[in-house]
Design a binder for this molecule. Structure first.
Ligand code: V47
Length: 358
């Protein structure tokens, strides 16, 4: 029996994949076998459904005190690219997306040097007051840690205040690679791997759901990718608070790590299949089309992904780093992409309640 068959047998028996299985899969070129196994896992969970939502992204500012070498979005105050949105700008931007039928606003931003935590609380309160039916998914653990530093409040108090103001859940960003070595190299000035995990644990215990990401294709090793997945799986065993795992292929343009190539379609699909197989306690795996590209997102839904994020509208972070995708997609485009791959498009809300099956 070859190794892929051994892994298949393990999965059939309901056994959990180990670190060595993950390393084997990450090195494997047997992509089609991995895809079949990953798709079978999705059949158990989502059948042929592929989820998306109607959302809009708001990046309040690109001014950021953390100098992460993988990021092309952030800049210093005074830089010609620097911008910051006022509360009014934010409300107007969301209002302009209402016609599209958004059910979610996704907010992540730079770590601004002067804005107090109260500003962010006000943002959440005001959005909640103006648009009570829209779910607010906002702030990564990196931002939460920063809010705690600038306000002097504990992590728990920051999260409780945001939740009381109307925060509905948290996006999965800022995880990068949960490794001390990698973070020391690429993002030494922000929340550590332990901070990220502890903050997600606290959020989950407070009843806030979240996602989780992996930023891959830069300086990380195979072992570091598998350890990242295992850390997420362990925390999910404890809290059950993660909804979706989103592997993010690194975009090198305009970053401090521009000597590498963007992960190929083959590498991306292998990561999708690997994630579906290793993260047996995650309900969903998302192909974030903005980063994967539309063609790879469409293929990914046969290689372990059951979600392709949403309409997005005006994405800034990946486009700063050379993404060649659109900045937003219509529902028609998203549904036809899913249908032409033989799957069933399902519009969901942020918490995966079904809104409409197409
Ligand atoms: O945290 C930054 C990554 C993330 C680059 O939770 C880059 O539903 C590739 O987390 N190349 C932000 N990636 C995006 C994110 C996200 C997106 C969509 C949905 C959800 C969700 C979360 O983007 C950052 C960072 O890891 N990133 N720079 C880059 N050059």
């Amino acid at each position: 029996m070859n190794n892929i068959e051994k892994i298949k047998n393990k999965i059939l028996k309901g056994e959990r994949l180990l670190k060595k299985d993950g390393i084997f899969l990450l090195k494997s070129n047997d992509l089609l076998s991995m895809g079949r196994l990953a798709d079978a896992e999705n059949q158990k969970r989502s059948k042929n459904k592929v989820f998306f939502n109607i959302n809009c992204h708001v990046n309040i500012t690109n001014i950021c005190v953390a100098k992460c070498s993988f990021c092309a979005f952030s800049c210093d105050k005074g830089d010609s690219r620097a911008y910051e949105m006022s509360l009014e700008d934010i409300i107007n931007k969301i209002r302009s997306s209402l016609n599209a039928g958004i059910t979610e606003v996704h907010i992540v931003s730079g770590l601004h040097p002067d804005k107090p935590f109260d500003f962010y609380l006000k943002v959440i309160k005001e959005i909640n007051c103006e648009f009570p039916s829209i779910h607010i998914k906002a702030f990564t653990p990196v931002e939460i840690k920063y809010f705690s530093n600038i306000s002097g409040l504990s992590i728990k108090d920051v999260l409780v205040r945001l939740k009381d103001a109307g925060l509905g859940s948290m996006p999965g960003g800022g995880a990068e690679v949960l490794s001390r070595r990698v973070r020391k190299e690429v993002c030494p000035e922000k929340a550590t791997a332990d901070d990220w995990l502890d903050i997600m644990e606290t959020a989950h215990l407070l009843g806030l759901k979240s996602n989780a990401t992996l930023l891959y294709g830069h300086i990380e090793t195979e072992e570091e990718i598998i350890n990242h997945l295992l850390s997420l799986r362990d925390l999910q065993d404890k809290t059950g608070g993660f909804q979706t795992f989103i592997p993010l292929p690194f975009h090198p343009d305009n970053t401090g790590i521009d000597q590498v190539n963007k992960p190929t379609a083959f590498e991306q699909l292998r990561i999708f299949a690997l994630s579906r197989l290793m993260l047996d306690n995650f309900e969903h795996i998302k192909a974030y089309w903005v980063m994967t590209g539309l063609k790879n997102a469409q293929l990914a839904i046969h290689f372990g992904a059951d979600d392709i994020d949403g309409t997005v509208v005006d994405e800034k972070i990946t486009h700063a780093a050379g993404a060649d995708t659109a900045e937003g997609l219509t529902v028609g485009k998203l549904t036809s992409l899913i249908k032409s791959a033989g799957k069933i498009p399902v519009q969901r809300d942020t918490l995966y309640n079904i809104i409409k099956t197409y």
